[in-house]
Design a protein around this ligand. Structure first.
Ligand code: IVH
Length: 717
């Protein structure tokens, strides 16, 4: 456009009107190219320059501001970076074991759960735990159709284009493979490829990468697959998701089938029959670890027979039939330079060690947890001396330990190196953020003094309020992209009413407050036009949210993800949940019993929820939140065609064909709720020999009672 370069001060009114018309059309076109087609023609900087010029002209000619001006419009819907993919079967994680004893317990628990199987009759597989990223790759009629990261276990990110660049991953399956096959395993970068990449980066004067795992993750999360292709990534297959046909009936056999389809599988996998052989294999893999060309962080044990795996089933996040035996943590020596106190969401004061930077197992560590004040003083959880009673002081040379993804911790000090001027650490008795008293509660049940000192400031404590918000937007809660810890700090500190976010509902009113205000977020350092637009999109995308996420996000003490899921499942809708909580009073009444009878929810948790709903501030926040967002009704769990789906079942007396745990897990798998006590709401009581008071109660309430055989017949097991 000819007059584009004329300084704004020199524009005539006519020229200004013409240019504003041009800019309105042009910005709209680029919005569409950028957001709608993902094919921008100009750089962000050029785009921003156009918008700035538009603003400058409007500032000089306010009467000429157009209805369709870019200054008044929010852009087209942005494309999320990677599209979400819902896993056909959830991708679970593994429980960890750290000692030989833990492993014996795991094996024993498998035998106990299944009941009455002779010693050494259950086979286990043992294979290295690869330190990479888990991936689910789906094939339909032999063709690779998509690939997704684990994500939150239910939904992952679609990284198909990037996975297609990995040479080791077959793009087609041989004839005879099932029509639908989801192959799962670990994407990783070989140590040798990592070193070569870093040598090249160093030679080019570029910053080198930290470790193979992070580099593999970064490579996979490239939006441009040519970048992924330039990094050498590899794959080990060790599991599967949906399969239209099963090629084998054991873990070992399945992995052999994956191998025959062309997938790399780990050569160190073995099938073993007892604890001693399993532990011996663990030691052997540990010895080979430094010579392997890939990082491993432990050995995974799995029950070999798939029918036994099915009987064992899952806990909330991990299978009962598998565990990861981690290698011992790595340690290093460094100096403790300071102890800072962080105040968490529930007011807990956590001491954090600031350290001279030190490399522990390939990662530079500068902070570590010190747990609580007793720990610093050299006292364990029951007041017993730990580290021979040695305390930890600023200035001490300390032993830092890091195990996998766990936060590094200080395990001991080197007494000979203590500087003479070092003094015992004095733990604060007031909150370092709000100044309120910080106290150690007495545990309601045990009467013991809690290890954790807590700020009593509640809502007046900025630290608690800000941590609450961070929890609210965190990955397993509202998971709002673009609203991380840094941004929350910014919005929380902002005093301008058009910018400030102090409680969760403020997140959802931000866009409206922005529209009505002249303080524009996009003009603030660190935001910019595109990121603001994406932020509002991400916020709006969360106006409906799963009930369990909603409950978890509220940040009720003791209510983690698992408890939130139990509550969502038990109450179905938020309205029912809130009504129940408001009605419930500890230790008596139907509403309390309904809550306390949910399997997996104990008295301490139940009390915490009921207390949360007694606090008017909480009710106010929830009410304002519900004006903005809608929690979805919880889905009725799985197998709705099973005859016991949605029924409340109580098992009592002894069972003979299965253990109590197995019976309970089976009922839950079929969509039933298992309760520990009989009430009017119980639908079915399964009574074995020796049943007593529960059976009587069932008769009294007229609840249907059947025996174990009738139960098995009913569920056709
Ligand atoms: S089995 C249902 N086998 O470890 C269990 N996982 O902590 C599915 N991993 O998310 C996992 N090597 O990313 C399994 N040989 C192996 C593994 C392995 C690495 C990872 C995987 C998983 C995580 C669980």
């Amino acid at each position: 456009m000819a007059n584009e370069k004329i300084p704004v001060e020199a524009l005539s009114e006519e020229q200004a009107a013409a240019e504003l018309a041009f800019l309105a059309a042009e910005v709209a076109r680029h919005d569409e190219l950028y957001h709608g087609k993902d094919q921008p023609e100009i750089s962000d900087a050029d785009y921003d320059a156009m918008k700035r010029r538009n603003d400058a002209i409007e500032a000089r000619f306010p009467a000429l501001v157009r209805d369709d001006s870019p200054s008044r419009r929010v852009g087209a819907a942005p494309l999320a970076t990677f599209a979400p993919i819902m896993h056909a079967r959830p991708m679970l994680s593994l429980d960890n074991t750290f000692s030989d004893e833990d492993v014996r317990d795991f094996i024993a628990s498998v035998y106990r759960f299944l009941g009455r199987l002779p010693d050494d009759s259950i086979a286990f597989t043992a294979e290295p735990k690869i330190d990479g990223l888990s991936m689910s790759i789906r094939y339909e009629n032999g063709r690779l159709v998509n690939a997704a990261t684990r994500g939150d276990g239910t939904t992952g990110e679609n990284v198909t284009a990037n996975i297609l660049t990995i040479a080791e991953i077959p793009k087609r399956l041989p004839a005879g493979a099932p029509a639908i096959a989801e192959v799962r395993g670990e994407v990783y970068m070989a140590k040798s490829d990592f070193q070569a990449l870093n040598a090249q980066m160093a030679a080019e004067g570029k910053q080198t990468y930290v470790n193979p795992r992070n580099t593999a993750a970064g490579s996979l999360r490239q939006l441009d697959p040519t970048v992924t292709a330039s990094r050498k990534l590899r794959f080990f297959a060790y599991a599967w998701g949906e399969m239209s046909e099963m090629p084998a009936d054991t873990q070992f056999g399945m992995v052999q089938a994956l191998k025959s389809w062309g997938f790399p599988v780990n050569p160190l996998m073995k099938r073993l029959f007892n604890v001693d052989a399993i532990i011996a294999h663990y030691r052997e893999i540990g010895l080979e670890r430094p010579d392997l060309d890939y990082d491993i962080d432990g050995v995974v044990y799995k029950v070999d027979q798939l029918d036994l795996q099915a009987r064992l089933g899952f806990r909330s996040r991990s299978p009962r039939w598998a565990t990861a035996h981690k290698f011992p943590a790595e340690q290093a020596l460094t100096t403790l330079t300071a102890i800072d106190i962080q105040v968490g969401r529930t007011g807990a004061l956590t001491p954090v060690a600031r350290l001279e930077p030190v490399t522990v197992g390939g990662v530079v560590v500068t902070n570590a947890t010190l747990h609580n004040e007793d720990y610093i003083r050299g006292l364990g959880n029951s007041g017993e001396p730990i580290r021979d009673g040695r305390d930890i002081r600023v200035g001490d040379v300390v032993i830092v330990q890091r195990a996998g993804d766990v936060i590094p911790q200080i395990v001991d000090i080197v007494p000979e190196k203590r500087p003479p001027e070092a003094v015992p650490y004095e733990f604060p008795k007031t909150c370092p953020v709000c100044g309120s008293h910080a106290v150690r509660d007495i545990h309601e049940k045990t009467g013991k003094v809690d290890a954790v000192r807590r700020c009593t400031g509640g809502f007046v404590c900025r630290a608690q309020a800000v941590e609450h918000l961070k929890h609210f937007v965190s990955r397993n809660a509202y998971d709002i992209e673009g609203l991380g810890s840094k941004q929350i700090d910014f919005f929380f500190e902002a005093d301008d009413p058009a910018l400030s976010i102090r409680t969760a509902p403020d997140i959802f009113t931000l866009e409206r407050r922005q529209e009505a205000s002249l303080t524009k977020l996009e003009n603030i350092d660190g935001f910019g036009r595109v990121s603001v637009r994406k932020l509002f999109e991400a916020i709006n995308a969360r106006r409906t949210v799963a009930l369990n996420r909603f409950i978890y996000a509220l940040g009720i003490r003791h209510v983690g993800e698992t408890t939130a899921k139990l509550l969502a499942r038990a109450y179905g809708t938020y309205t029912a949940f809130e009504a129940g909580m408001k009605e419930a009073a500890p230790l008596s009444g139907d509403a309390w019993n309904d809550l306390n009878n949910i399997d997996g929810i104990g008295e301490v948790v139940a009390r915490a929820i009921v207390e949360f709903y007694k606090e008017p501030r909480n009710l106010d926040v929830i009410e304002r939140l519900l004006a903005e967002v809608t929690p979805e009704a919880a889905e009725v769990p799985v197998a709705s065609d099973s005859p016991v789906a949605g029924k409340t079942v109580v098992f009592t007396g002894s069972l003979e064909k299965m253990t109590r745990d197995e019976a309970k897990a089976m009922a839950e798998r079929l969509g039933a709720k298992v309760s520990g006590s009989v009430s009017k709401k119980t639908d079915l009581v399964v009574a074995g020999p020796g049943a007593g008071s529960k059976l009587e109660k069932a008769r009294e309430f007229g609840v249907e009672v059947i025996d174990e055989d009738a139960w098995l017949e009913r569920v056709k097991a």
